[in-house]
Design a protein. Structure first.
Length: 409
């Protein structure tokens, strides 16, 4: 097979397109494939009417390497003169309009970015970070234009850090692990911007929105879903457990201050034991905590309250859960333990949303997992220069987008 016929087959060219020559420059390690258009007439890209060729303009595209040589496609692209639509450039079969790279080259970049870091891809293909960012941006735009948001029954809301200094983005996802939207900040406006991406049917089809206890997120959800928000906002077990565990730790710190110096060391050694669930304590640690509970009465009582709350959630789904939560709340107030009372007040405020989560058996665990993966992607990229690139990377890796070129060769 001749070299010209080989590249015609690789590029999928058909008449009137053909390869006229293939030149190898060993000094620059470059192969130039020259493509020509053999007809004097062209079709208008807009109306498909056959018109005369106006002129031609030379353009160059980067293609996949041939062995160790960088390969470029060079062609004089015809421009048509349509009476209705004016002078337009004819699209080429190997690249998108206005692009400097062939579709096969971009597809390879996209495939590599999904498995390795941007830095590694830049070194492998000898491209700048900016060039790769533009390829990623086009891929995300292509995927978003094709996306059909059908899975909106159970939504999850979380924020993830962009950088240090309390700078965040809000992430809206669904139970399938698909990131639907990303917006700057973690305010009510941030979540409202995410909700704006949802189709209109989401207001009726959504059954739950799992989130933390952020008042801003709750306000935005109530505004978007209206009266239905009372039935769909869900505060999951993870955030309640985190709230109560922190309260136990605060009580422990207070109790330590009143202990004699000889006991402080032992209390410090068991500090993580107070944060664990009862069924995850080994025998030795359980004995030590039981002994300390005799002198650290408030800490021991707070730990019992925490475990009781966990059992309410574990053993009940709907029936009887509300009454048991109210009984639990009634026990805490007379204890006089301020951190636990504050935590109980928060639980009381969000009790209807806690019951929603128990009733529908939903949690924000998947959103937390996505958050962890986002932070790993950020670490692998060694950070992002701005939020736009960070948000684009989140959608690229977790948006489950169809970023392929449909007319593959």
């Amino acid at each position: 097979m001749k070299d010209t016929a080989l590249y015609e087959a690789i590029l999928g060219l058909v008449s009137p397109w053909s390869v006229s020559s293939v030149q190898l420059d060993e000094s620059s390690h470059r192969i130039t494939v020259t493509v020509v258009y053999a007809k004097d007439t062209v079709q208008c890209p807009t109306c498909q009417k056959t018109v005369r060729k106006h002129d031609s303009r030379k353009r160059v595209w980067r293609h996949l390497d041939t062995c160790q040589f960088e390969t470029y496609i060079e062609a004089k692209i015809p421009r048509c003169d349509c009476p209705k639509h004016g002078v337009q450039t004819l699209p080429v079969p190997w690249a998108s309009s206005g692009n400097r790279y062939t579709e096969l080259f971009e597809a390879k970049i996209i495939e590599a970015l999904q498995t390795t870091s941007l830095l590694a891809v830049a070194k492998l293909f000898r491209l700048s970070w900016g060039a790769i960012d533009r390829i990623m941006g086009r891929a995300v735009s292509r995927g978003l234009s094709r996306r059909q948001l059908d899975n909106v029954e159970h939504l999850l809301v979380d924020e993830t850090a962009f950088c240090r200094g309390h700078d965040y983005v809000t992430v809206l996802s669904n139970r399938a692990g698909q990131v639907i939207a990303v917006s700057d900040g973690k305010t009510a406006e941030s979540l409202t911007a995410c909700y704006a991406v949802l189709p209109m049917k989401a207001k009726l089809q959504t059954r739950s929105v799992s989130m933390d206890m952020s008042r801003a997120f709750i306000n935005a959800t109530e505004t978007y879903f209206g009266h239905r928000a009372k039935q769909i906002i869900s505060i999951d077990h993870f955030h309640i457990a985190k709230l109560l565990t922190k309260a136990v730790d605060d009580v422990r710190k207070q109790d330590v201050e009143s202990l004699p110096s000889s006991m402080k060391r032992e209390c410090h050694r068991t500090r993580y034991g107070w944060l664990k669930r009862n069924d995850r304590l080994n025998k030795q640690l359980r004995v030590r905590i039981c002994e300390l509970s005799k002198i650290m009465v408030n800490t021991g009582l707070s730990w019992v309250f925490k475990e009781q709350a966990r059992l309410i959630w574990k053993r009940n789904r709907v029936r009887g859960a509300k009454s048991q939560w109210l009984e639990w709340l009634a026990l805490i107030k007379p204890s006089g333990i301020k951190p636990m009372i504050n935590a109980a007040n928060t639980v009381r405020e969000h009790l209807p949303r806690i019951l929603n989560a128990m009733r529908m058996r939903v949690s924000n665990g998947l959103a937390e997992a996505i958050n962890a993966q986002i932070q790993y992607i950020k670490l692998r990229a060694r950070g992002y220069r701005n939020k736009s690139r960070f948000k684009m990377a989140i959608l690229f890796h977790f948006g489950q987008l169809d970023m392929s070129f449909h007319h593959k060769r």
